[in-house]
Design a protein around this ligand. Structure first.
Ligand SMILES: *Cc1c(COP(=O)(O)O)cnc(C)c1O
Length: 395
């Protein structure tokens, strides 16, 4: 039985489902939604996120590796699974056995796949990637990419399933390089489709999907927006996206801190006047980064409270103010990401404080944070287990 209590990430499956339905509204008829569930669903849990995304209208899933694919290859998840990252050694064979779609950037892999497909009596489904400017995976030269397309289309046991690219600057508004990449891909896809009209062309991440319908092609690959975070780092609610993750802990103890007394390692907070301090059992061991020391707020008792002093591995301290009513806040929830009584703290706010992006906030939550999956008020699962004991204290 899983024990929960000190730090919990509540994941709302309904929010993921609605975000996918919201994204689908952007798409022309026939354009498919691929939900990206790499990095354990951006920290939300890959399997439940995938299930919710499919319920919301996604028909493909994408992961970074064969190992990650194992979490979502399941008869309860009727979807094609695309592995976005490179494969090494035995992973190629495993991918073919599992029926995964894989990305190809070199012609030698087509021959290897054809041989494996024959040996295993399977079909190897491939997506040829054109590097239009991201400068990571993919082939730079469109003519060379076309030769790989032809090889994939003619090799026995190999199916040319897709052609793709990836944008470097879709989240930077007004950046002309996005238009340049889009033009390069559009030109190439036009020639490929003359020979292979049914190939699935795809390019857009969340930012490109929301920014330009011309980038949608036959499928979009959305990650961050699926989880209700904003690809442009702004307020997700303004774009009709609903954050799916709430990070909570609780006030484990409250005590009076006299003027001049300090809290935490290095004495980086000293009370200017008498105040009540609340101890929250969450720290950098949970992914609540140390750079948030004296640099974040939490929601306790329906109000924003500053976190004071250094973030420890296992705990942080909130300043609950001078009113002795603070003593009654013991055992009440502390919301570190999410909403309470109309106040909100977003992953985007934390990203700004840390000079990073919202992606890193939820991906950075460690395994010590129990994931609790909800749909509305119903608890679907706690952690990896299906069982849930009503007697447990969920914060
Ligand atoms: C991660 C990833 C995506 C999803 O990007 P978001 O910005 O989270 O929507 C799409 N395509 C590729 C190739 C990726 O690696």
């Amino acid at each position: 039985m899983t024990r929960v209590g000190r730090a919990v990430a509540h994941v709302d499956a309904g929010a993921i489902e609605r975000n996918c339905a919201r994204l689908r509204c952007e798409l022309r008829d026939g354009v498919q939604l691929c939900a990206v569930v790499k990095a354990d669903g951006y920290g939300h849990g890959a399997f439940p996120s995938a299930a919710a995304a499919l319920a919301g209208g996604a028909s493909w899933l994408a992961v970074a590796s064969v190992q990650e694919a194992l979490a979502v290859v399941d008869e309860r998840l009727p979807a094609r699974v695309l592995v976005l990252g490179p494969l090494r050694g035995g992973e190629v064979k495993e991918a073919v056995l599992l029926g995964l779609d894989i990305v190809v950037s070199e012609p030698e892999l087509i021959a290897e796949l054809s041989a494996l497909a024959g040996e295993l009596a399977r079909t190897a489904r491939v997506h040829v990637k054109l590097d239009t400017g991201m400068g990571r995976m993919g082939v730079r030269d469109p003519a060379h990419a076309t030769r790989i397309v032809t090889a994939a289309a003619t090799a026995p046991g190999v199916e040319l399933a897709g052609v793709m690219t990836h944008f470097a600057t879709a989240d930077e508004r007004g950046d002309a390089f996005f238009e340049e990449q889009l033009r390069r891909f559009t030109d190439w896809v036009r020639t490929v489709k003359q020979q292979h009209p049914h190939v699935v062309a795809h390019a857009a991440n969340s930012a490109a999907t929301l920014r330009d319908p011309a980038a949608h092609f036959d499928m979009v690959r959305c990650g961050i927006a699926v989880y209700g975070m904003d690809p442009f780092g702004e307020d997700p609610l303004a774009r009709g996206l609903q954050p799916a993750l709430t990070l909570s802990s609780y006030v484990a103890a409250v005590k009076l801190c006299r003027a001049g007394e300090s809290t935490g390692y290095g004495r980086r907070f000293t009370a200017a006047a008498d105040t009540y301090l609340g101890l929250l059992p969450i720290g950098y061991g949970d992914g609540w980064r140390r750079a948030l020391s004296n640099n974040a707020e939490v929601l306790v008792g329906g109000a924003r409270r500053p976190l004071v002093g250094t973030v420890s591995m296992d705990s942080v301290v909130a300043d609950l103010g001078p009113d002795p009513a603070a003593l009654a806040l013991r055992e009440t929830p502390a919301i570190l990401i999410g909403a309470q009584d109309g106040e909100r703290i977003t992953a985007e706010e934390l990203a700004r404080r840390l000079n990073t992006i919202n992606y890193e906030i939820t991906c950075g939550l460690t395994a010590r944070v129990t994931r609790v999956h909800h749909d509305e008020d119903e608890v679907l699962a706690v952690g990896e287990e299906d069982e849930y004991d009503d007697g447990m204290f969920l914060v």
